[in-house]
Design a protein around this ligand. Structure first.
Ligand code: ZN
Length: 118
């Protein structure tokens, strides 16, 4: 998984651990989202807490999974509506109604970077 990912900056030991914990929390949130969305929202809170405490940004693949406005973890097709519009991917939160736009080209760059490091 996303270990030892070098992106032109180096993380301290604790930051690396925090990132690993984020991935773990993301997995837990994913497991719970259908049966226990409230618990998933709590995991999102923890992920954000780690990000603030260790001054690291949340990896995009995780950030993409929850609403940054209401903090709810998105269940695909249930609490989020995703639509690709030209070169933009829209994620529409069904809980608070926030629309998040993301350029698809950005994602592709990220993919390339991933393959390089693997
Ligand atoms: Zn929302």
């Amino acid at each position: 998984m996303a270990k030892e990912k070098k992106q032109g900056r180096s993380f301290t030991g604790t930051q690396k651990i925090a990132i690993e914990r984020m991935y773990r929390l993301n997995e837990l949130a994913e497991d719970e989202v259908k049966n226990n969305p409230k618990r998933s929202a709590r995991y999102v809170e923890l992920i954000r807490g780690l990000s603030t405490r260790f001054r690291i940004s949340i990896p995009r693949e995780i950030k993409d999974r929850f609403c940054k406005t209401c903090g709810n973890y998105w269940a695909e097709g249930v609490s989020v509506k995703r639509r690709v519009k030209g070169k933009t991917k829209n994620s529409n939160c069904r809980i608070c109604g926030t629309l998040t736009r993301r350029k698809i080209s950005e994602e592709k760059n990220e993919e390339k970077r991933k393959h390089k490091t693997n």
